[in-house]
Structures are given as C-alpha cells and as structure tokens.
Ligand binder design. Sequence first.
Ligand code: 1HE
Length: 261
Amino acid sequence: MQEIKSPTTSIQLEIRDEILLVAINRPEKRNAFNDDLILGIERVFENIPSQVRCAIIYGLGKHFSAGLDLSELKEQDAIQGLHHSRMWHRVLEKVQFGTVPVVAVLHGAVVGGGLELASACHIRVAETSTFYALPEGQRGIFVGGGASVRVPKLIGIARMTDMMLTGRVYKAEEGERIGMAQYLVEEGQGLEKGIELAKKIASNAGMTNYALMHVLPKIIDSCQNEGLLIESLTAAIAQSAPEAKERLKDFIEGRAKKVGE
Ligand code: 1HE
C-alpha cells in the first residue's frame, strides 16, 4: 500500500500494487461536487502514475455522490453555466478516455452528477443500498455532465427520459437488471469486488484494455461500415503485438487458464 499526494482534501488516494484507489471524501455534503472536487478528479486522472493499470473510484460516508453542489449553481448566468457544463465534460472525458480502465464502486445516492461520473467509468459495482436518480428534472434544470450521452447507452433513452420526467428512482436490484451496474453485491462488499475485478483488468494485455476504452466507444458512435472497419484494424494491430502472440502460444501449449477458471 502506498499513499500518494492528492490535489485536494476532498479526494483520498492510495496505490495498492497496480491499482489506484480514488476515494471521494466530502461525506458531510454527501460527496456533492463543488469545483474543487471535480477539478481534483481531473488532476488525478491526468496524472495516473505509470505503474497503475486500473483505477477504482468510490465514495466515503453513506453515499457515492449527491451530484453537483447545488449551492454553487444558483449564482451562475447562462454563459457561466455553459462553461461549467463544458468543464464537467472535459473532466469526465479524462476519466473515460484516460490511460487506465476505471471501476466505479457505488453505494447510497448515485444522483445527478454522481451518476454522470459513474457512467463515465468503464464498469460499475453496486452495493444493495445504491439508488440512482436524475433529479435535474425536479430541480428545474437539465443534466450538464454528460448524462444525456452516456446514461442512454447504459439503460436506453426511454428509461432516462422517464427518470427525468417523473423523478423515478431506481434501486440497486432494478439498476443492475436494467444495466446501470454490471455487478450487485452485499452492503460493504463493493470495494473487495472492485479490487477483484481491477486485478483481472490489470492482468490484461495493454492493447486490449486500450481498445476497449478508446476504440469500442468510437465504434458504437460510428455507422456499421465504419465500425466494422475500425474493428478489423484494431483486431489486426492487437493480434500482432508480441504480448498477444505469447498469450496465444501459452493457451495452445496448455499453460493458460481456460474460460471461467
Ligand atoms: C448538498 C447536496 C447537493 C446534499 N448540493 N449540498 N443533486 C440533488 O438534487 C440531490 C440532493 N441531495 C439529496 O437529495 C440528499 O442530500 C441525499 C438523498 C443525497 C442524501 O440525503 P441525507 O439525508 O443523507 O443528507 P442531507 O441531510 O440531505 O444532506 C446533508 C448535507 O449535505 C446538507 O448540508 P447541511 O449543511 O445542511 O448539513 C445538504 O444540504 C448537503 N447536500 N446534497 C449541495 N447536491 C454537471 S450537472 C449535474 C447536475 C446535478 O447533479 S443536479 C442533482 C443535484
């Protein structure tokens, strides 16, 4: 275990082997994101130490995050609001398209900007206390941190529209069923599960993880013809890497794990 310096007291950082643990540390405000916190997230993901191969993000206290710090929003005019939303986009792009896959470990409120951060991560583990909401509809505003692009990719446009039109809250079990999270675990077990997954992710070939983080989202946003071509080019590059050849040889010669082992 290695402590590393955090850009803000609202984030705690720790390195365990090849895994960076990023803890949101503003529990007295339910981990609501003021500018110091969201800009801190940017600095963390811009400066991932080179030995790190996977990151985990989670919240301290009873909630993952209550979203945007609403006390900062009320003074903004339209142009300030535009720049603020674009700043969130920039930060969450650094989470999604950084150097390492990110696992979000969720519990309690995953609300507004909290769901926007969670949906910018690559996979999500939810404890049974987790609940998801987009209260922007009820607050008279609109999502501004990328939810309109990322959340429908997890749960579909109709479910996101319903969440914002009616204030619907999804509980943990339903959330896992509809695709908000990929894993549902007992209360208090999220970090352990996240670390187990992060170890698997860290053991993958770097090229595979890069393709999943950077190429797959581009393919999804492309038309079929372009998507298939990008897939073929990526597959060709990945399989020609020495690491891939080594792994394939290990399987053929009986040294690699079988599927599911
Ligand atoms: C906050 C915030 C916040 C709590 N901004 N201060 N997000 C929301 O609309 C969610 C608003 N929050 C809640 O509904 C509840 O706080 C929770 C269900 C998340 C948690 O409830 P609870 O009972 O555990 O905590 P609490 O008593 O409501 O809050 C504790 C303190 O945190 C209290 O401050 P205090 O000084 O009175 O102790 C709250 O005011 C404060 N707090 N949430 C500011 N969000 C890029 S655009 C994204 C747009 C959005 O994210 S909109 C959704 C905003």
